[in-house]
Design a protein around this ligand. Sequence first.
Ligand code: GDP
Length: 197
Amino acid sequence: AFRHKLRFIAAAKSATSLPPVDLPEVAFAGRSNVGKSSLINALTRQWGVARTSDKPGLTQSINFFRLGGRLCLVDLPGYGFAYAAEEKKEAWEEFVKEFVTTRAGLKRVYILVDAKWGLKLKDEELVQLMEKMGTKYQIVLTKSDIVTPVDLGRRATQILEIFKGNKCLMLPMIMVSSKTGEGLEFFRGNVAKLARA
Ligand code: GDP
């Protein structure tokens, strides 16, 4: 799937502007600044399509990118930054939550967690929501290059411990660095299994 050209297809700000499902979809979620844009760029080796933003929290839409006729990558807005007004933020969260729990065609949600900071409350809430609703998800530790292998292992163990009763949490946990390329090939393989043959 990753040999195909990445093409932007839509940015949805509300349920009514969602594009129709015509491919298997995989979504990427995580706190602002977790390294989501860098990861999508690195995975697809197509720099610039999913633009790395230096203004955290400004991507207020769900963005859809096609990879040939195989897969649709869905970039969910980063959470955890308090720029938007409280009321607006809530409506927004509802939209994203509804998307991850009801979207037909959504095969998996990758929840990106910064290897340095570990799991935060918002990540945990999202995981538990998906667990409850039966959405398949998988945790991805990002920026693996900025922690020692021992600390990386500790992070992974902590997360597994927190979610040990969860059925949806699939093993192995993915660890990647967009900077060094570590884990990218494994991640591509993992995502590609969800693509249309
Ligand atoms: P987003 O807000 O989640 O889309 O995050 P970005 O992709 O814009 O990255 C946020 C910051 O983390 C930027 O300064 C990136 O250069 C940095 N970053 C992203 N990925 C990595 C990585 O794998 N290793 C390191 N060391 N820094 C990274």
